[in-house]
Design a protein around this ligand. Structure first.
Ligand SMILES: NC(=O)c1ccc[n+]([C@@H]2O[C@H](COP(=O)([O-])OP(=O)(O)OC[C@H]3O[C@@H](n4cnc5c(N)ncnc54)[C@H](OP(=O)(O)O)[C@@H]3O)[C@@H](O)[C@H]2O)c1
Length: 351
């Protein structure tokens, strides 16, 4: 399964060299899959924990994705963290799929060394001038890299926590109605905890109504992404599925909003992002069938896993309710980060 059927449309003569930190993890694997045939980026250095240095990716990775591992990444050697070597190799872009504690140490060094860093970790998300970028929701925050000192200096662009990403994509087109407050319940897959993540003894035949730190992240990140000061009431729950976070949402608006108003706003979302190879033709797909969306659709859409699926739209009193599905490791992580890097290349390198 190739990640992006539109690859030929976007081909460029020389690809931009990129490094990937955390290549063997749940998110790192999605980066490896999506970048194995990406039209703009070429991964020339991959990094994991020290014990893997010098070994081949295919021998070291415990592949958890539903598609076959691409053949052209099997023999890539896992390398060490060496800033001088990265510069000598002509690497410009760095993708980070590191655990927070490691990212907190490594990412500032990469920025300091002048790289363009695109991170999935939360370590730097809440700092001033660091955008939590979701092109469909807040493309304007891309220019914050200038406040970080770009082009003279390196910079970091983060993407949101996975459950926040789905919520922000679905809510951004509705912001114009005046969001008063939000009640959310999530049903989050186990891949959200990384690999090896949760013990199978804890999650098999079970549902766990607590994910450490997740509810606070949803509140803080949603407000930063959409620049709103509202009350948000999340419950985040872990469920025994592999991929995809389902969420149910109740929102109250300042204006009187009909179901058709919501559908029209969703249909118009992401106009103007078609030039980014990883942007789906329709970033939000609504299905009126009453039992959709379902987690098994996590890798549906084109590019696979980049669409946010919505359904169950209803109005009760003054509130609009709906369900959404986001692929936590693709749109909610690696794919979102790649799309952010595409937005950067398009605005600053290819202008
Ligand atoms: N999973 C999701 O759905 C999701 C969604 C959004 C954001 N995120 C964020 O994305 C990041 C990665 O998440 P994940 O789920 O992919 O985690 P993971 O499965 O635990 O993977 C962590 C990766 O980091 C590598 N690593 C660990 N220590 C390292 C070190 N000292 N130096 C270099 N590499 C090191 C690991 O290599 P080894 O295999 O060698 O240990 C592995 O490749 C986290 O910050 C997470 O919060 C995750």
């Amino acid at each position: 399964m190739i990640s992006n059927p539109r690859i030929d449309e976007f081909k460029r003569e020389t690809k931009i060299k990129a490094a990937l930190f955390g290549a063997t993890g749940a998110v790192g694997q999605v980066f490896m899959w999506m970048l194995s045939d990406h039209p703009w980026f070429e991964i020339t250095r991959i990094i994991a924990s020290k014990a893997r240095i010098g070994k081949e990716y295919g021998d070291e990775v415990h592949w958890i994705l539903p598609m076959e591992i691409p053949k052209n990444i099997l023999k890539i050697t896992i390398n060490d963290f060496d800033i001088d070597a990265m510069k000598a190799e002509g690497i410009q872009v760095v993708f980070s799929a590191l655990p927070n504690s490691i990212a907190a140490d490594i990412e500032p060094k990469l920025i300091e060394a002048g790289f363009s860093v695109f991170s999935n970790a939360a370590a730097m998300r809440y700092e001033d001038n660091v955008p939590i970028l979701i092109p469909e929701a807040n493309i304007d925050s891309l220019s914050w890299i200038e406040k970080q000192g770009y082009p003279e200096k390196g910079f970091i662009i983060t993407n949101a926590n996975c459950s926040t990403t789905g919520l922000a994509v679905a809510m951004a087109p509705l912001k114009k109605f005046g969001i008063k407050d939000l009640f959310i319940s999530t049903y989050q897959s186990v891949s959200g905890a990384g690999h090896p993540g949760l013990s199978s003894l804890d999650i098999t035949n079970n549902v766990i109504p607590f994910i450490g730190g997740e509810e606070g992240k949803m509140i803080e990140e949603f407000k930063k992404i959409l620049s709103v000061e509202i009350d948000i009431f999340p419950f985040c729950v872990r469920v025994p599925i592999m991929f995809g976070h389902l969420e149910t949402v109740w929102v109250e608006f300042e204006k009187d909003v009909s179901i058709n108003d919501v559908l029209n706003a969703w249909n118009e979302s992401a106009n103007g992002l078609e030039h980014l190879p990883s942007t789906p033709v329709r970033p939000i797909e609504y299905d009126p069938q009453e039992d959709l969306p379902q987690a098994k659709q996590a890798f549906y859409g084109s590019p696979a896993g980049m669409t946010v699926f919505t359904g169950r739209l209803k109005k009760q009193g003054n509130r609009i309710g709906f369900a959404l599905l986001v692929n936590n490791v693709v749109k909610g992580a690696a794919g979102g980060s790649i799309q952010n890097a595409e937005a950067f290349v398009s605005k600053y390198l290819d202008k």
